[in-house]
Design a protein. Sequence first.
Lengths: 416, 276
Amino acid sequence: MGSKLSIAFLALAALTGVAQAQDKTSDKPGDIIARGEYLARAGDCTACHTAPEGRLFAGGRAMPTPFGTLYTSNITPDPETGIGKWTADDFYKTMHSGRFPDGGLIYPAMPFASYTKVTRADSDAIFAYLRSIPPVNQKNKPHELRFPYDNRQLILGWRTLFFREGEFKPDPTKSAEWNRGAYLVEGLGHCGMCHSPINALGGTSQSDAFKGGLIPMQNWYAPSLTSNREAGLGDWSIKDITDLLQTGVSARGVVYGPMAEVVHNSLQYLSDEDTRAMAVYLKGISEPSAPPPASSTLPTTESSLLISLGKTVYDKNCASCHGAQGEGKPPHWPPLANNQSIEMQSAVNPIRMVLNGGYPPGTKGNPMPYGMPPFAGILSDNEIAAVVSYIRTAWGNRGTPVSAREANELRSAPLN
Amino acid sequence: MCRRDQTSSLVSYLAPESIDAIMSRYVVIRNQPDPLWRATTVFARVAASAVVIVTLAAFDGAAAQTANQPPDTMAARVEACTPCHGNKGEGTSDVYFPRLAGKPAGYLYNQLLAFRSGRRKYPPMNYLLEFLPDPYLEAMAEYFAGEHPPLPQPTPSEVSKEVLAQGELLATSGDAGRNIPACVSCHGPGLTGMQPGIPGLLGLRAPYISAQLGAWRYGTRTAKSPDCMQLVAGHLTEADVTAVAAWLATRPAPANPAPVPKGTYALPFGCGSQPN
């Protein structure tokens, strides 16, 4: 008996020794969780899976779509209402194939068309991190989709048209840095979800990737990341791009609207190396030659009247910060001269900024940002159209005038 | 019970909390705690305490500021607030936009947090604050709390003497039979509010007060539980709201418009915005 007990002790000691040895050699559990947390930030999971004032990753956030309202799911490790019973395989299948563990189809509001590019190792790390957060017992709210979109089988059609499953494949002709940037932008960053045109079926064709588009329901224009006439970064310095991504402000412009959220929740947490890699990639995909802007639909006389009134409005309300020549005081008071965000064909964003003002996000690198006042209550539709027409055409800017009707329509755009 | 508490126990004066004390309580940065965020917090804390110094420096011929950078002041940072709330938070001609100046910083901070989370709904404010961190909102609250432009002259009321009298009665005595406490029982005998969370009611126009009481009744304005104003507003009729709002808007500026220190008097019932 005694000897048996000793053997048992010895065996236990040996086992413990192995476990300790494993811990010492790889130090894995802590590492993988920290890496998973970092990657979950890169994927901005919290933007959708944490409700305002809600518990971390407990879901329940309403996501209005043109097809009805979706409610995000609980991805805490609660076994009943979260993903506590999932395996790493289940999680990878969701990320990679857009299917629940039981094979059910996931609505493509979850960016699995991008997340499919995420490697198995990164998926496992995110899963390990999600397993480590406090479980929250909170049932998922049923979606409220209109007929016929409440039929999940329709997703099959969407998948056939718009979903290409497969992990990221590095381009051997490019640098490791470029490939790392591409992996982050196309995969976890899911930048294409907004920066590609969305068609009536709620999809994006591959050939249109990063070509820009109006974000459904939000009425903000997500500019093209490839055209230098929009948010293409071809003639930006790497430093200006990394400043913008990490701090929300740069010498060339600041982020606002939905992009402020991305910087706030996600990009500000990325390492200098990863931010630089994204900048290198984004600069690389820009197209140097872009088509000229469409000519204005406004009659010339109306345009010149607008622009002349616009200068008066500008000098009175805007020049104190943005400068008489639109030079601004970058990075905090952005320049308007040679600012792509103002010149691009869609005037939605500059009109909305004048109407509603805004703050760039508070970030580690810029914790107390300067804000732009809202002018909706101060300026008439005509004055808004005039001042936006002015800043789009003054100082060598190559935008087109906008009408009072366009300004008026955006007064009712949703604000958050 | 909503009757005014007559307890005359002497509550000792508590010094206003230091920024550090407030920070240690509120530093739960949105969504996820992160060591790197602490750096932000520290920065903002330093910046918040430096506001006074920076403002003084600005008086000193704007020294140390390069010509191509905006002034490194809170005043410049909150310019986004001024079209609606006035350059020093004194309010504007728009009767629906409230005065901010001189209100207790804790109250202003609570409102900024509530707008950011959507607990208090007003889309232009919800939108502006959505991605601003706690320490910065706190610095904004401190900034407006520290501004003291003069209170405006009250405007003559458009309601009848009888309605004003009813408003005065409710505001100063309440209506115990209907569970309505007097405004003065929480907002103070001088209606100047109490540190850190109870706002003064002076310098506000009747339409704003009326709209806020309505917002509590309809749930578009809510506060931390127990949401005392929601309870109170729920007991008011439309006529009560009109009368109270009208009377409050006629109050002249007192000699000392500052909110009284925390604990100057006991509240008649629990209030989540003013923990004991």
